[in-house]
Design a protein around this ligand. Sequence first.
Ligand code: SF4
Ligand code: SF4
Length: 520
Amino acid sequence: MAAEITAPPYRVIPIIPALKPGAMEGVKPFIANEKIQADLGFPGELPEDWKERALAKMGELLKKYRSLKVYLDACVHCGACTDKCHYFIGTQDPKNMPVARQDLLRSVYRRYFTLAGKLFPKLVGARDLTKEVLEEWYSYYHQCSECRRCSVFCPYGIDTAEITMAARDILDAVGYGQKYSNEIIGKVHKIGNNLGLPGPALENTLEGLEEDVKEDTGVDVLFPVDQKGAEILLITPSADFFAEPHIDGLIGYAKVFHAVGASWTLSSMASEGANFGLFIGNYEQMREVALRIRKAALDLGVKRIIVGECGHAWRVAYWNTLAGIGAGADDPFAVQLQSQLDPRYKQPTHICEYTWDLIEQGKLKLDKSKNDQYKITFHDSCNVARASRMGDEPGGQFEIPRNIIKAVANNFVDMDENTIREKTFCCGGGGGLLTDDLLDLRVKGALPRMEALQEVADSHGVNYLAAICAICKTQFSKVLPYYGFQRGMIGGVHQLVSNAIILPEQEQMAQQEPVEQQEQ
Ligand code: SF4
Ligand code: SF4
C-alpha cells in the first residue's frame, strides 16, 4: 500500500486547488469489530433499526449541545472556509471543503429536524438518511482531523470539528465505530495507556531511561512511578515512553525536574495523557478516560498536575471541569482534589509553562550552543493553538514554546505567517486519523505544512521541525520522507531543552576538572 502513495506536487502559494470530485470517495479507516465496540458499550454491528437509532442520537445531541444546532442552522454558504482545509488542499475532493463536510450532516438534520425540510426537502437541500449517506458520513467524517482551522476563517465561527464529532458519535451509536480510536480507548480503560503497556513494563522502560541518561551525562536523573507524596504528577502521551523522537522529550522533562530538585512522579494507572474520547466525539468516554487522572492524583496525594507535550491531552486537561482537576467542577471528588492541589499553581500546568517559568526566573543553566547544529522552526499544534492557552497573556500558547526554543538555541525562524499560530495547518494525522489505513490521506493532508517547511528549508536551511504534540511528531516522522525531508528532522521542544540544559552535577564536575588538572 505504501509504495503506491505519492505526495502531491507543491503548489504556488496561494492557489485554490482545482476540483477533483470523488477523489477520496470510499476512502475510510477500518471499522471496529464487535468486541472492540462492546468494550465501549456500543453496538457491535449495524442493528436493524439503525436509522431510528441514528436519528434519536442526532436528536439527543441537538438537545445536549446547543452549539451543534446553531452551527447546523447558521451557515450562509459564503464560501470563506472552502479552501482552508488541508485535506481539501491535498486531495482536491470538494467534499473535503469544510462547508461541504458540514452539509453531509446538515442535509439530514434539515430533513428530520426542520419544518422546511420536512415539507419541501428538495428546496432546502434536505435528504433522507440512507445506508449510502451513512457510508458517506463514515468516509468523509474520517477525513477531518477536527483541527478547527476552518472555523478561524468562518464569519460565524462555525466549528466543523464539532459537527465531525457529532457525526462520529452517531456512527458509534449504530455500530460504525472506528477501529483505531475505539481499540485505543479500550486499552486505556483496561491498562491505563494507549499502548496497553502494563505497570512493570513501564517501570522497566523508565529504568532503561535512567541508565541511558546516566551514561550520557554521568548524573542520576530519576524517572519515578507511583511515588506517593510526590508534589507533581506528570501526565504525558505514552509515545514518550518508547518512540523516537518523543522519548527525548521525556528525558528533557526529567532533566528539568532534576535540575530544580522537584519532587515528581508518573502514575502507572494514568500513565497516558492522551484522550481519544475527544476524537470519537463521545463525552462519556472522554470523561471516563480523564477521570483516571483525577483518581491517580488523589491516590498519590500530589499538589500539582503537569501535562507533557501532547496537543489534545492538553486541550482536554485545560478544559479542566471535564476531569475535575481545577476550578469549576463541583462533584465531591473534584472538590476533594481541588482542596488537595496547591492553589498557588495553575492546575493543570503545561510542561512548557513550567519550564519557561524556570527559565524566566534564571533557575536553569542552559548552553544554547549545544543546539547549534540545528536551524529550527516551530509547528503550532492545532489543539494547543486553537483550543487552549498557556500562561497569563492571550497568545501565550504561541509565545511560550517559541520563547523556550529561543532560550535554548541560537537559530530559530518562523514559517509563513499564514501557516502558523492561530492559522496553523494540521500535521495531517490528528483527530484519530493517525492510522496506516489512512496513510494516503495523511500524506496528502500534510501538503500545506510541507510547503511552508520547504520554504524555510530553502531560504534559511531549516533542518529541525519542533512540535509539542505526540501525534504531530509521529505523523511527521512518517510523512516527511514522502516530501523529500529526513524523517529525523522532527523533534520536541524539550528535546532541545534536554540538549542545552546543564545539570547542577555537570556544572560541579566541570568546575572540579580544571582544579584536578592543575593538581596533576
Ligand atoms: S480537518 Fe480541520 S479544516 Fe478540515 S474540515 Fe476538519 S476542522 Fe475544518
Ligand atoms: S465560512 Fe462559515 S458561513 Fe461561510 S460557508 Fe463556511 S461554514 Fe458556512
